[in-house]
Design a protein around this ligand. Structure first.
Ligand code: NAD
Ligand code: MG
Length: 399
């Protein structure tokens, strides 16, 4: 058992897939962790259940009305959790002085400012919200450095690479003898489908991932391979890599979570069952290791590992993301915002699956004069791209 004082943890997006897995790991180690704050957007019933189980100091919902509902329900149950509402409250529970670690697991651009608040406050930042780095990678990494925050990637691929690299890995891959990062991808549920079949897929088909159980937005991103594109950008910022130094490898079994290839020919991989509790436990306990509730990988059961190159003709989102990173400036934020709008429309049944990439490509092709040098400029690019994407939706609309 650890002799260290218990750590206070804020879980942003606690009712989501990553949030629930985080609370599962935390509950296995009551001697190490205490929940400071739990937050959700609109899932007030789920948040109530979590408050009753984990007794946080603070709970945050988006609307005043939902917060009032939760306040009454908690009072009725005799619990003293403070309830707050709104975006600023999310940033506040991320930067609160007593908080040691923040799990950033809100989905999409909505998670940027709270994650950044945690970084600016010098916390241990467990970053699941990849969109934050895609939108504002340079600013985010600067904030981490300036505040002396500890940034631990939770995205399974990046967590794997982190485990395969030396402890200090800033200043370019070459400095520590790494030739390439090998970012594995399951290929999603339509890996073997033809282009015509892919054009007809439904939201439920896209959300039925073969190996991982995740929120709906990231499930669609996995199916288009935009998720791998966002992860390529995320890896560039986390590990000081260029897009050319990252090779995407389709590996349908999702057992190797990613690899680092060294100049001497060594390739180091991290393997495990596809369960997000492993990277979450790693992030919580680093540099120690704790039980995550995950079984050791049974290699006899796995039996074989397959690898293939990604098909960017059927899955153009990966190429779009790489090109946006090569363009730099506000392009990744524009890519991300256009994708969020397109995925939302697809999930609502108003946009075809194959049109997601088209909307993103069309928005990226429009001239944009702004940059991503300040957080205000990043948010302006995000807003601009959302408006442009909404206009493009009309051209592809199903209804
Ligand atoms: P999810 O949809 O299951 O959960 C999202 C959480 O964020 C919920 O608690 C929701 O209430 C909250 N939320 C949504 N919109 C919000 C808003 N506007 N304001 C405040 N809170 C809001 O998503 P998830 O699958 O848990 O993914 C969360 C993040 O982690 C994403 O950025 C995703 O890319 C990343 N990630 C997820 C997985 C996975 O296995 N699920 C793996 C790697 C990375
Ligand atoms: Mg991932």
């Amino acid at each position: 058992m650890s002799a260290l004082p218990r750590q206070w943890v804020t879980v942003l997006g606690s009712t989501g897939s990553i949030g629930v897995s985080t609370l599962d790991v935390i509950a296995r180690h009551p001697e190490r962790y205490r929940v400071y704050a739990l937050t959700a957007h609109t899932s007030k019933e789920a948040l109530l259940d979590q408050c009753l189980a984990h007794h946080p100091q603070v709970a945050v919902l988006d609307s005043d009305a939902d917060a009032e509902w939760l306040r009454r329900a908690l009072e009725g149950a005799g619990q003293s959790t403070a309830v707050r509402a709104g975006h600023e409250a999310l940033c506040q529970v991320a930067r609160e002085a007593c908080v040691d670690a923040v799990m950033a697991a809100i989905v999409g651009a909505a998670g940027l400012m709270p994650a950044l608040a945690a970084a600016e406050a010098g916390k241990r930042v467990l970053l699941a919200n990849k969109e934050a780095l895609v939108m504002s990678g340079a600013l985010f990494m600067q904030a981490v450095e300036r505040a002396g925050a500890t940034l631990l990637p939770i995205d399974s691929e990046h967590n794997a690479i982190y485990q395969c690299l030396p402890a200090v890995h800033r200043g370019g891959l070459e400095r520590y003898g790494v030739r390439q990062l090998l970012l594995t991808a399951s290929g999603g549920p339509f890996r073997t489908w033809g282009a015509e079949e892919i054009a007809k897929v439904t939201p439920d088909q896209a959300c039925a991932h073969p190996n991982w159980s995740m929120g709906r937005k990231i499930s669609v991103d996995s199916a288009t391979l935009m998720n791998k594109g966002l992860e390529l950008i995320e890896a560039c910022w986390l590990f000081d890599a260029t897009p050319e130094q990252i090779q995407v490898v389709v590996h349908p079994q999702s057992v190797i979570h990613s690899m680092a290839a060294y100049t001497d020919g060594s390739v180091i991989a991290q393997l495990g069952n596809p369960d997000m509790r492993t990277p979450i436990a790693y992030g919580l306990a680093w540099p120690e290791r704790i039980d995550a509730g995950v079984e050791t990988l049974d290699l006899f059961q796995v039996a074989r590992l397959d690898f293939e190159a990604p098909d960017e003709a059927r899955f153009p989102c990966l190429r779009l993301a790489r090109e946006a990173m090569q363009t730099g400036g506000a392009a990744p934020a524009i890519l991300n915002a256009a994708n969020e709008i397109a995925v939302e429309a697809f999930l609502a049944g108003t946009l075809g699956f194959e049109a997601i990439a088209k909307v993103v490509a069309q928005v990226l092709a429009l001239p944009y004069a702004g940059n991503a040098d300040t957080i205000e400029n990043v948010l302006a690019a995000d807003q601009w791209a959302r408006q442009q994407a909404v206009e493009q939706l009309g051209r592809h609309s199903r209804s």
